[in-house]
Design a protein around this ligand. Structure first.
Ligand code: TXA
Ligand code: MG
Length: 310
């Protein structure tokens, strides 16, 4: 059920949940100040309670009000990438964020989305938490229809059209005097070089072996179809191929296109729609052409496909 910006703000302010567009993927939103709505977000998604939520704000002050200390180069990162698909994990004053939202962690993940409807909404409601608006483990939702497929046609959705980026935000945190990526996302590692003077590395575990980004532990982005990653296809191959428009594939194959192999931005935008389309067409098995570069945005695309296939 499509609802207006005003209705969405009323929903959230009165402790209800609604789906909200961002430039990355749609989010399942609850007010940061409603434990009841936050609990409902976890229940609706089937999300493990130890997987914290990103706090979405509209101003820098809303971050500095909650965060305890701001690491070096934060303001440079902020002016380059915010609003936009960047999430920054910072130590926080735990009294300012309900424990359920941060899954008991003593840090908070902050993001200022760039989608105009998301920004206008947060200006009306104050900080909101939003995981991606999909059933846990499934491909994220990049349009209102995807949300309705997962949560039903009666579920309230603020329709902001198709998401521009199509992949989730890049999550970074500051450890041992350096920024590190803890979830690959729409901003590629090398894009940070001009701001930081180095390319942040992708860190999955801290010294303590605690997961830095708890969500990384779980199955993700997976359609019902079984995906197999493949670098080349034999001439007599028959079956479904998720591939690229500018490549030739065996004549017996049934093709689903991600886009052109020299257009990673478009491939990112299409990725979850293509994975979801396999299920809409009741395809049980598909083979994904992963003869793609391993750097830049392709690294994120590869990581999503790898997880979707596992
Ligand atoms: O683009 C996005 O980030 C989207 C849109 C809706 O903003 N949101 C999104 O949320 O991808 P979700 O819940 O699907 O993924 C958030 C990730 C999870 O892996 C979670 O574990 C991690 O962020 N996270 C949240 N708070 C954290 C924290 N304090 N420390 C480390 N990781 C955190
Ligand atoms: Mg998600």
């Amino acid at each position: 059920m499509r609802i207006s910006l005003q209705e969405t703000a009323e929903h959230l302010k009165s402790g209800r949940v609604a789906a909200v567009p961002t430039e990355t993927v749609y989010g399942l939103a609850a007010s940061l100040y409603s434990d009841k709505a936050i609990k409902e977000v976890f229940e609706l998604k089937g999300r493990p309670s130890n997987n914290p939520l990103i706090i979405h704000v509209s101003t820098l002050n809303q971050i500095t009000d909650i965060a305890l200390n701001i690491p070096p180069d934060f303001s440079k990162l902020f002016s380059e990438f915010c609003p936009g698909p960047l999430t920054v994990v910072l130590p926080i004053n735990p009294e300012m964020v309900p424990s359920i939202a941060r899954a008991g962690m003593l840090t908070g993940a902050f993001r200022i989305p760039r989608h105009p409807l998301a920004l206008q909404l947060i200006e009306l409601t104050g900080p909101i938490v939003m995981p991606s608006a999909n059933i846990s483990g499934r491909p994220s939702a990049t349009c209102a229809e995807h949300v309705e497929i997962d949560f039903g046609s009666e579920f309230p959705v603020l329709d902001g059209g198709r998401c521009q980026c199509g992949l989730e935000s890049t999550i970074i945190t500051y450890i041992d005097n350096r920024w590190h990526i803890i979830r690959l996302g729409s901003i590629s590692a090398k894009e940070f070089h001009s701001v930081l003077g180095y390319v942040p590395t992708f860190l999955q575990k801290a010294e303590s072996e605690q997961p830095l980004c708890p969500g990384q532990l779980y199955r993700h982005y997976a359609p019902k179809a079984k995906l197999t990653l493949k670098k080349s296809f034999e001439v007599d191959f028959k079956g479904v191929i998720v591939g690229f428009k500018d490549r030739s594939y065996p004549v017996g194959a049934h093709l689903h296109f991600l886009g052109f192999s020299n257009q990673p931005l478009k491939v990112a935008e299409n990725l979850y729609s293509v994975l979801r389309a396999l299920d809409e067409q009741s395809i049980a098995t598909a083979f994904v052409d992963i003869d793609i570069p391993k750097e830049g945005l392709w690294a994120t695309i590869f990581e999503r496909l790898f997880k979707a296939s596992n």
